[in-house]
Write a protein that binds this ligand. Structure first.
Ligand code: SF4
Ligand code: SF4
Length: 484
């Protein structure tokens, strides 16, 4: 009990992953099972399949996802985006941030424990591989503490070999998202000498993933990831999180039973507790520390909400198992709010949650409108630099313009340009009849105006871009003429 009090007083002064001298304290989380673990496994399997399949799913001959930064080509759920659509990406990112913030206010770090790729790969892939090769937490601890025997060399080599292969698979998937399925296939099947840059990138990504999952592990969540740092300002007393019911659990301690000789108290093992425990003075926590042993972040949730907690619910399952054994109701550690624990208040929507929801709905509406109204052809027209105007025969004045046209669809797009000004005519230097699917083409054209219609040195003009008979873009520009 004294050590528990001492720990309560000092736990905020030290990192769970650092020893007294500041060195790394390696964690050996115990495996557990339960309803939340089963659901997390289902969610993880679905997300892993989606993640690995993502770059290889094509619909109507086009990838579903592509994030080709080098060639500035982006496809999201089959819709093609160009750098010119960056305002949509910015609004989309803003929406995503508000969405995550809203979720954090309401559901705590549910993203971290259930959907973050770092947690899914670490806990559902790499930690599982480690357990299969090296055994459960005690076996792993013994192996690390012991001398370098043949068994240790074999197990460590095998584990790190599999880790490297897994990192290689993740790296290839990541690369396929970046450069696309076909370029990735060329990269791995072609002569390596032709693709030194791509192969180097593949090895660098592999090394980074291996470093993250073999060595950094929980440090990514506790020290590197900015979202974890934000948690403290996003949570409030009504946020749903993994919480220990200290009112029910304290004072914690081993159960005691009255022995056959009468009056003598002795500590008992959990499995024998059921028949003769009494709960008069003690809370429901039997201080078995299973919740601490299963925690992948190395924390004791009984100390209260902590920055390190990723809401993985492993401690909930571990504690529920203990409560089942001692015939107490489940939920000593459960998903609840601080207010719910302290005051027995049911979960409710606070004003802050409603405000966040309103902002989120408005942003979703805006991004939906912008997506629907996004032109399928994007044209940029600029007057040729260094040129003013030219006088032409027949009393005309002309200006030279440079044009860039992007076709954001998957089919060739016939285009025409029309100047919305009486007496004006437009003449391409090299005619552009259509823009190939998903391509950007450049050209130049002259606009001519009768000199007698020019009233100012800079005349505003509107150029309509037509695909067939439909106006798909409108461009405002100016026409320079002789000063009157
Ligand atoms: S698992 Fe439950 S009973 Fe065991 S120490 Fe944790 S809170 Fe207490
Ligand atoms: S305290 Fe519980 S929910 Fe939080 S990280 Fe540890 S095991 Fe997961």
């Amino acid at each position: 009990m004294e050590s528990t009090i001492a720990q309560k007083q000092t736990f905020r002064d030290q990192l769970p992953t650092a020893d007294a001298s500041g060195g790394r304290r390696w964690l050996y989380p115990r495996s557990t099972s339960g309803r939340f673990t089963r659901w997390r496994t289902v969610v993880a399997v679905v997300l892993l399949i989606a993640l690995f399949a993502g770059p290889f799913v094509w619909v109507n001959g086009h990838p579903l996802f592509l994030f080709n930064v080098l060639e500035r080509r982006f496809i999201f759920f089959g819709v093609m985006f160009w750098p010119q659509d960056f305002y949509l990406v910015a609004i989309g990112l803003l929406t995503f941030i508000v969405f995550v913030a809203l979720f954090t206010v309401v559901y705590g770090r549910v993203w971290c424990g259930w959907a973050c790729p770092q947690t899914i790969f670490m806990e559902m892939v790499f930690r599982k591989i480690e357990g299969w090769i090296e055994g459960d937490h005690n076996a792993r601890k013994r192996l690390d503490a012991g001398p370098w025997t043949t068994e240790k060399v074999v197990k460590k080599s095998l584990k790190h070999g599999v880790f490297f292969l897994m990192s290689f698979a993740i790296s290839n998937t990541f690369l396929a998202y970046l450069i696309g399925r076909d370029q990735w296939l060329t990269l791995i099947t072609d002569d390596p000498a032709q693709h030194l840059g791509g192969l180097t990138a593949m090895l660098v990504f592999t090394a980074v993933f291996y470093l993250v999952f073999a060595w950094l592990r929980e440090i990514v969540c506790t020290t590197i990831c900015p979202y974890g740092r934000l948690q403290g300002v996003l949570l409030d007393k009504n946020s749903l999180l993994v919480a220990y019911d200290y009112i029910r659990g304290e004072p914690r301690g081993k159960r005691v039973k009255t022995g056959p000789s009468g009056g003598e108290e002795l500590s008992v093992k959990l499995c024998s507790v059921r028949q003769s425990t009494h709960h008069a003075q003690k809370g429901d926590c039997v201080d078995c520390k299973l919740c601490v042993q299963v925690c992948p972040m190395g924390i004791d949730i009984r100390n209260g909400t902590q920055l390190e907690c990723i809401n993985c619910t492993l401690c909930v399952d571990a504690c529920d198992g203990v409560m089942d054994k001692i015939d107490r109701p489940r939920g000593l550690i459960r998903l609840d709010s601080q207010a719910g624990i302290e005051e027995g208040k049911p979960f409710r929507f606070s004003g802050r949650i409603l405000a966040y929801s309103a902002v989120l709905v408005a942003l979703l509406g805006l991004i939906g409108f912008l997506l629907v109204s996004r032109p399928v052809v994007d044209a940029t027209v600029l007057r040729a630099p260094g040129q003013l105007f030219q006088r032409e025969p027949g009393g005309h004045v002309s200006n030279l313009y440079l044009v860039e046209i992007i076709n954001k669809t998957y089919r060739p797009m016939p285009v025409q340009f029309r100047v919305n000004q009486p007496g004006a005519s437009l003449r391409f230097v090299q005619p552009i009849a259509s823009v190939p699917a998903g391509e950007l083409i450049k050209g130049s054209f002259f606009i001519q105006l009768p000199e007698k219609t020019i009233r100012q040195n800079s005349t505003p003009l509107r150029i309509d871009v037509l695909a067939g008979d439909e106006i798909v873009d409108q461009i405002q520009t100016t026409f320079l003429g002789p000063v009157k």
